[in-house]
Design a protein around this ligand. Sequence first.
Ligand code: NAP
Length: 318
Amino acid sequence: MTYNRCGNSGILLPAVSLGLWHNFGGMEDFQKMKEIVLRAFDLGITHFDLANNYGPPPGSAESNFKNILQSELGAHRDELIISSKAGYLMWDGPYGEWGSRKYMLASLDQSLKRMGLDYVDIFYSHRPDPHTPLEETMGALHSAVQQGKALYVGISNYDAEMTEQALDILEDLGTPCLIHQPRYNMFDRWVEEDLLSVLEKRGVGCIPFSPLAQGLLTDRYLNGIPEDSRIASESISLEKDHLDAETLVKIKALNQHAEQRGETLAQMALGWILSRKQVTSVVIGASSVKQLEINVATIHNPKFTSDELAAIDNILLS
Ligand SMILES: NC(=O)c1ccc[n+]([C@@H]2O[C@H](COP(=O)([O-])OP(=O)(O)OC[C@H]3O[C@@H](n4cnc5c(N)ncnc54)[C@H](OP(=O)(O)O)[C@@H]3O)[C@@H](O)[C@H]2O)c1
C-alpha cells in the first residue's frame, strides 16, 4: 500500500480506503463482508469509512463493523482510521437529520455505541444544512473532539464557498478540518472547478467517494446488467437510467483505453483520480474480495502521460 499525507496534518491515509455504504448492511452475508474487511486490512487498507445511515437498515453497517472489530480487528484499533458521519435521516422528529448540534452529537453517541468504540478517528458533517448556522454545525464537530469522541473532523458534500467558510470557523475554534469527502469520478468532475484548489491552498486532505461512479466505471456493465450488480439490486442510488446509451459508449471507449494501458477500467478510473495531487485517498466500495484486490492493485500501475490524459478527456467530453 502507498500512504499519502492528509493535507497538512500528521495523518497518512492509504491511497485506497474502503467504504461500507453498500454491501455491509443487515441484509448481507456477514461472513462475506468480514472477508472483504479483513482482506482489506491485510492489503494495507487502514482506513474504513462509515456513516450513521449506512445499511440498510440504517445503522446496520456500523453494527456489522462492530462484530468484525470484536471478533478479529479490534486488537489492531491503533492501526485503524475509522470514520463516521451525521447528516442524513436517522430517526423520527425534528432532531433526526441535518446539522443541528442536538442531532450531530446525539448521532455520534449512537454511532459509537453501534460500533462499540470510545472514539472515531474522523467525524464528518455528511452534508451542509441550509437552515442551521454553519457555526452551530462546526461547533458540534469541535465539541466532539473536545469530548474525546473524535480525533479529527471532516466535511462532506460542501461546495467550495461553504468549504472556505467552514474551514475558517473550524480554524477559529482550534479544530482544523482534516479532510473533505466529495463525490469525484470521471463522470462527475465538479470538484475540479474550485474545490480542489481551495483544499490545496488550505492544507486540507481530499478523499473522493464513488470513484467508480458506483460501478459504472468498471467492466461490470459492458455486456448488460449482471443479476448481482448494484443496478440490478434496484438501489435508489444507482438506477438503470444512469446507464444510458451515451454513457455506455463512453464506458466502452474508456475500457478500450484501459486495456491499452494493460489494466482494468476500474484501475484506470482510480489511478486517474489518484493522479491529482490534491487527492489523499479514494474511498471505494466492493462487493467481493476480488474487486477489492483489483482496485488495490491500481497503486502499482503506470502513471498517466499528458497524451493519455488528453485522450481520456476527449472520450469524456465527446
Ligand atoms: N460522503 C458521502 O456522501 C458518500 C456518498 C456515497 C459514498 N460514500 C463513501 O464512498 C464509498 C464508496 O462508494 P461507492 O460504493 O459508490 O464506490 P464505487 O467504488 O464508485 O462503487 C463501488 C461498486 O463498484 C463495483 N466495483 C468495485 N470494484 C469493482 C471492480 N474492480 N470491478 C467491477 N466492479 C467493481 C461494485 O459494484 P457491485 O456491487 O455492482 O458489484 C461496488 O459495489 C462508500 O462506501 C462510502 O464510504 C460517501
